[in-house]
Design a protein around this ligand. Structure first.
Ligand code: C5P
Length: 399
């Protein structure tokens, strides 16, 4: 799952009350297939124990640099060399200062100094400490050196003092780790991919719209999978799902807005994956005020929306992938769309099939290409479907 299988993630935990969230992160990274080695400062062990991390990762956590019994001093160099990513979560003001100055007097700062792996630092501290010029100067230094700083968020931290200083959410941090792995090892590095997602909403009046059941999950999976492989990704979305880390998100509602955003983002892009369920019809005119309920009912006049894919096809430079949700004659209808819209690939799914309905995390599709090829995939998680589609896109880009 994801791009973390057998990747070495060294997790540096320091002494903030948010340290308990590092346990959740360690668990999530391990579940995603990463080999997670935890290094901790002394202060971190006041908040959470090495045993917690051992239990979650199945690997010994390291605290004492001078512990000859566990060989921690040699281990740190070994971990630093092996690491694909070093994530320091949570990072206190003191640790940030240590990193900026290049000190190496505990297992966390020492690993940071010894590694060539990309580093993500997730600060968590009292808002006044975060806003202090000393901390801000150190953070700038780290950013200048290429360290990725994620958070802190504004909100209510465990200490109760509201302000900027709350640790970023573990899911966001997992996204940041996946992003960094993609940026250093991905096969789509250097390519720019535009993805569309979600069902558009065409207004009838200020409170009602014509819409569809699309959740946007398939498009978000494609965007995340492309990011995980190092692509520069823009996601034009009509869905309301959490923003994926490291993806340029452009939110739209109507087909007309999606058309404009897709056309703009496709300039200079290499590929377009249109997973959005764009409404085929929109009300001829939206009422300016909320329509009143009448006994007689209303008749809506619907007019066709622009066909975004067909328009983009005129610029025959991009690798173009469309989707076809069908309830009958799946392959025949999809093949006709592939031809009519001038696509390289079309991903067809039968919306009447069990298990791959709207909103599901699973999907079962048939991928059709220009040369008459037809690849039938089994029922898979949407992320896995996305990966298979991107395998095909990567092959087309390489041509
Ligand atoms: O014709 P149909 O709507 O079934 O085609 C589906 C494919 O075309 C999807 O990839 C969808 O994103 C795209 N589409 C589009 N503009 C529209 C309607 C659909 O780009 N107005």
């Amino acid at each position: 799952m994801y791009n973390l299988s057998d990747r070495s993630v060294v997790l540096g935990v320091t002494g903030s009350i948010a340290a308990y969230k590092a346990a959740d992160l360690a668990s999530k990274l391990t579940q995603a297939g990463a080999l997670v080695d935890v290094v901790m400062t002394d202060a971190a062990t006041r908040f959470i124990t090495p045993l917690t991390f051992y239990s979650l990762t199945g690997r010994q956590a390291h605290v004492d640099m001078f512990d000859t019994a566990s060989g921690a001093a040699e281990v740190h160099v070994e971990l630093a060399r092996r690491a694909d990513v070093l994530a320091i979560v949570p990072a206190t003001a003191t640790t940030i200062a240590r990193l900026a100055l290049g000190l190496a007097d505990d297992m966390v700062s020492l690993t940071a100094l010894a590694t060539k792996a990309p580093i993500v630092v997730c600060p968590a501290m009292d808002s006044q400490m975060w806003e202090h010029e000393a901390t801000q100067t150190h953070v700038d230094t780290l950013k200048r050196r290429g360290v990725l700083v994620v958070g802190p968020e504004v909100g209510r931290p465990a200490s109760g003092h509201v302000g900027a200083g709350r640790l970023a959410e573990p899911d966001t941090i997992v996204g940041a780790v996946r992003y960094l792995v993609g940026k250093s090892k991905g096969d789509l590095l250097g390519w720019k991919i535009v993805v569309s997602a979600g069902g558009t909403r065409e207004p009838i009046d200020p409170v009602r719209y014509v819409g569809n059941y699309s959740s946007g999950k398939m498009g978000y999976a494609v965007a995340e999978a492309a990011r995980d492989r190092g692509a520069e990704v823009t996601l034009v979305s009509a869905a309301s799902l959490p923003a994926p880390f490291g993806v340029n998100l452009v939110l739209v509602q109507r087909a007309e807005e999606m058309r404009e955003a897709v056309a703009r983002e496709c300039e200079g892009a290499d590929g377009l994956v249109m997973a959005a369920a764009v409404a085929d019809y929109q009300p001829a005119a939206a009422a300016g005020h909320k329509m009143k309920r009448t006994k007689a009912g209303v008749t809506l006049e619907l007019v066709a929306t622009p066909d975004i894919l067909a328009e983009v096809a005129k610029a025959d430079r991009l690798v173009r992938v469309g989707f076809a949700a069908e309830s009958q004659d799946l392959v025949v209808n999809a093949r006709e769309k592939l031809r009519a819209k001038g696509l390289h690939l079309i991903v067809a799914n039968d919306i009447t099939a069990a298990g791959s309905v709207f909103g599901s995390d699973m999907n079962q599709v048939v991928v059709l290409d220009r040369d008459g090829g037809q690849e039938e995939l089994p029922l898979l998680p949407k992320y896995e479907v996305a990966r298979r589609i991107l395998d095909r896109v990567a092959a087309l880009l390489a041509k």
